[in-house]
Ligand binder design. Structure first.
Ligand code: ADP
Ligand code: MG
Length: 391
């Protein structure tokens, strides 16, 4: 069996017109001789009746357990899967909608951000063998206790790749509302360039650093199983970006993330125990931290803005003094080939200085350099860096 998994995001299933294009793309591959597995997101964005954020707003302000929250927001993809299956059926094709549970997506119990532990695709294989097009609800799975979980924002991408790996698919195609992976978010840089081919590692870094065009775990999974991943538009026939093992560039793209806060904590330099207690308590509350700089008497790191109040509670309980700065953003220069190339940091500093943008903190890895800046500067910063590196 030659299998292709095709995943369609929120805007790709939002309107009757878009949903017709979903069917068209699937049938195109089917006519080429592939067996197709379709994975769908919930329909549309906040305000659309069955979008994830709309469902979430039903709970607004109320205390609710993560388990029930997941059960509620998993409905959006189920609705989408049933509707898409109905469109195939209406055109005379045999199709079957599956929940994540029915498709055998087994996860851990980390509600809201569950990790896929195993895929048991027997229902999907059976459907394919019978010539039926499976349409799977993305973003969701089931625990060993048969509780429904969700995989975090962008998680449908991961559903698609996990299924692709389990089915030994030839390729996983992620259909979205842009032509492919660009050198920066096209919503900010209007002349951002499409990348025809890009390495898994670089896309993973772009995604972890805020480029929401693909979920980072999906790319890691595809790299692990060596499955080519194609990002392309539902609204055109262009082939988009192919993610596979290709040589890396010094600078491939600029990613950005917003709604970040910086925390500075003062700890007496002789109190090692307090230091570990702070990090332990933050971790226990599920707060993920980034850009970590530890000095003898001050610990500096960033966190998501919506985690600030929880973090503040923890620090108050511990009786430490701290300072929080909100409304920050992170811009990241990504390039798998930047290791050992001198002058990348210098170019970043020059580009941001020219625009009068203060760098509040930096962090780096073999393939990235990130700068923390004020959120109001983020557009200017992305544009300046994009231009500086001649992307
Ligand atoms: P979907 O609902 O199809 O999953 P997303 O909104 O999750 O779509 O992802 C697509 C969006 O990702 C685009 O509309 C674009 O604004 C954004 N994006 C951010 N960075 C990039 C990038 N480097 N290349 C392409 N798109 C990007
Ligand atoms: Mg997405």
């Amino acid at each position: 069996m030659r299998i292709i998994v095709q995943k369609f995001g929120g805007t790709s299933v939002a309107t009757p017109g878009a949903r017709e294009l979903v069917i068209k793309h699937a049938l195109n591959r089917k006519n080429e001789g592939y067996q197709i597995v379709v994975v769908v997101s919930a329909m549309g964005r906040m305000g659309d009746p069955y979008a994830t954020d709309t469902l979430l707003s039903l709970l607004s302000g109320r205390k609710v357990e993560a388990r029930e929250k997941d059960l509620l927001i998993s409905c959006g993809e189920i609705i989408s899967a049933a509707v898409i299956a109905s469109l195939f059926q209406d055109k005379g094709y045999r199709a079957k909608a599956f929940t994540g549970f029915q498709a055998g997506i087994i996860t851990d119990e980390n509600f809201g951000n569950a990790k896929i532990l195993d895929v048991k695709p027997d229902n999907i294989i059976k459907a394919l063998e019978e010539g039926i097009i499976p349409v799977v609800a993305g973003f969701q799975g089931v625990t060993g206790e048969r509780d429904i979980t969700t995989l975090g924002r962008g998680g449908s991408d991961t559903t698609a790749v996990a299924l692709g790996a389990a089915l030994k698919a030839e390729c996983v195609e992620i259909f979205t509302d842009v032509e492919g992976i660009m050198t920066a978010d096209p919503k900010i840089v209007s002349n951002a360039k499409m990348l025809d081919e890009v390495n898994y590692r670089e896309v993973t870094e772009m995604a972890y650093n805020g480029a929401k065009v693909i979920h980072p775990r999906a790319v890691e999974l595809a790299m692990h199983y060596n499955i080519p991943l194609r990002i392309r538009s539902t609204f055109s026939d262009a082939q988009g970006t192919l993610i596979r093992l290709v040589p890396e560039r010094v600078v491939t793209g600029i990613a950005h993330a917003t709604h970040i806060a910086q925390l500075k904590i003062k700890v007496p330099s002789n109190d090692k125990e307090l230091e570990s207690r702070i990090f332990e308590k933050l971790a226990k509350k599920g707060i993920s931290i980034d850009m970590i700089n530890i000095f003898p008497d001050v610990k500096i790191f960033t966190l998501a803005e919506d985690a600030v109040s929880t973090a503040a509670e923890v620090l108050k309980d511990l009786g430490v003094s701290y300072e929080i700065t909100k409304n920050l953003a992170k811009v990241t220069v990504v390039g798998g080939g930047m290791t050992g190339i001198p002058g990348v940091m210098l170019s970043i500093i020059e580009a941001l200085k020219k625009e009068n943008i203060d760098i509040l903190q930096t962090s780096d890895s073999h393939t990235t350099i990130s700068c923390l800046i004020k959120e109001e500067d983020v557009k200017k910063a992305v544009l300046a860096l994009h231009e500086k590196f001649e992307l």
